[in-house]
Design a protein around this ligand. Structure first.
Ligand SMILES: *Cc1c(COP(=O)(O)O)cnc(C)c1O
Length: 384
């Protein structure tokens, strides 16, 4: 029996062919060809006007927030449940993050909590579609509209996810994506900034080119201090190959989530990534959350997976639990109960493209075995 990894890219002949071609011919006058093609394919897939390929999602977020003039004295609301990459640019810009709780079913921003935390200094709301699950964008966009605050989508985990036909990342003021090696589409490292706002696009385009505006005719003449978060043509070539396979890549993710749901359907009191009416879940990372009643902890789950030689990736720690955000935890025990509670009884499940049905079976069996042991233990405890 071999180790089951939690993610692994799916690289085929087409990605290799494009990458080799970029290495061989993609220089000089052709040094942007794959980049522009990748941006076009991505934009068309998403249904947005503009896309800028970047070196990472973090870089895309940094430039987008900077283009909205977010900085010192401003507050940015985001879910306490997040990867640190979402908040890092907020910190780099000198703004203050405000961590709010998540909903118990989607593990995404609770709109009621968002509205409660709006102050005159709130400049933006970052909606992260965690594990492919969707934020309640209707509610968040309505709040943004009402208070004149930008709603931004961190859609790094949400390729393939959509609400009423609108793809994740296309609904906010801007959206960001990641092509890190663990993501549904990968270029090794990489990201994308998307928007349909022409002014915002121009600002980020200028930022992304060392601050040189598109119309600037003077050579080596930056108009503002910009950033350097560009994607290389070779990476974009891999991205073009991946985008040709986007339907296949996202369909397989969904298939794996569905297989887990079917195999685990006999266990009561667990939740996997939901798919509410009108939504499609891109299922980047199938995740199981046990109800408190089970008494099964993250440590129990990690141990069971470790013993079965399966990667056990823990649910995101609440950002407010990290040492640098200690000062944010000011509300005692009632502070962000879902963001703090859910990770203690949850685990991410492996979901790479090429995993076999036997692999999925083995992961499910590990959970079924753990549950069977727990059931026996609690019955014998009750009999004692
Ligand atoms: C992966 C990820 C990021 C960071 O992406 P990079 O490309 O590594 O910068 C940001 N936000 C979320 C939600 C992610 O999952």
């Amino acid at each position: 029996m071999s180790r089951i990894f939690y993610t692994k890219p799916s690289i085929t002949e087409v990605e290799m062919r494009y990458a080799a071609d970029a290495v061989e011919t993609g220089w000089g006058a052709k040094c942007y060809d794959y980049i522009h093609r990748f941006e076009r394919m991505f934009r068309e897939h998403l249904g947005v006007e503009y896309a800028i390929a970047t070196s990472s999602c973090t870089g895309a977020m940094h430039m987008g927030l900077a283009a909205l003039d977010i900085g010192s004295g401003d507050e940015v609301i985001l879910a306490d449940t997040n990867w640190v990459a979402t908040v890092a640019p907020v910190m780099h810009l000198g703004a203050a993050p405000v961590f709010v709780d998540i909903l118990p079913d989607t593990w995404c921003l609770d709109p009621v909590q968002v509205e409660k935390h709006i102050t005159p200094r709130t400049k933006a709301i970052i909606a992260t579609h965690i594990y492919g699950n969707l934020c309640d964008m209707d509610a968040l966009l309505a709040i943004g509209e009402k208070h004149g605050i930008a709603v931004i989508e961190d859609a790094a985990e949400a390729l393939g996810s959509a609400i009423n036909g609108k793809r994740a990342g296309s609904m906010g003021r801007f959206g960001t994506f990641s092509f890190h090696g663990t993501k549904t589409v990968t270029t090794g490292e990489g990201g994308m900034f998307v928007t349909s706002d022409p002014d915002l696009y121009e600002r980020v385009l200028t930022f992304s080119n060392h601050g040189r505006a598109r119309g600037q005719t003077k050579q080596f003449w930056p108009d503002v201090i910009g950033f350097k978060y560009k994607m290389s043509n070779v990476q974009a070539a891999i991205g073009c190959g991946q985008m040709e396979r986007i339907e296949e890549l996202t369909a397989r993710k969904r298939e794996i989530l569905q297989a887990y749901k079917t195999k685990l359907s006999g266990i009561s009191g667990i939740e996997l990534n939901p798919e509410h009416p009108g939504t499609v879940n891109g299922a980047w990372m199938p995740t199981v959350v046990f109800s408190e009643g089970w008494g099964i902890t993250s440590e129990d789950l990690q141990k069971a997976f470790h013993d079965a030689d399966i990667d056990a990736r823990v649910f995101f720690h609440p950002l407010s639990s990290l040492p640098m955000f200690e000062d944010k935890r000011d509300e005692g025990n009632a502070y962000n109960v879902n963001a703090w509670g859910i990770p203690q009884r949850a685990i991410n499940l492996p979901s790479y493209h090429d995993m076999t049905d036997e692999d999925i079976d083995r992961v499910a069996a590990t959970l079924l075995d753990l549950v069977a042991v727990r059931g026996r233990q609690s019955r014998s405890a009750a009999a004692r």
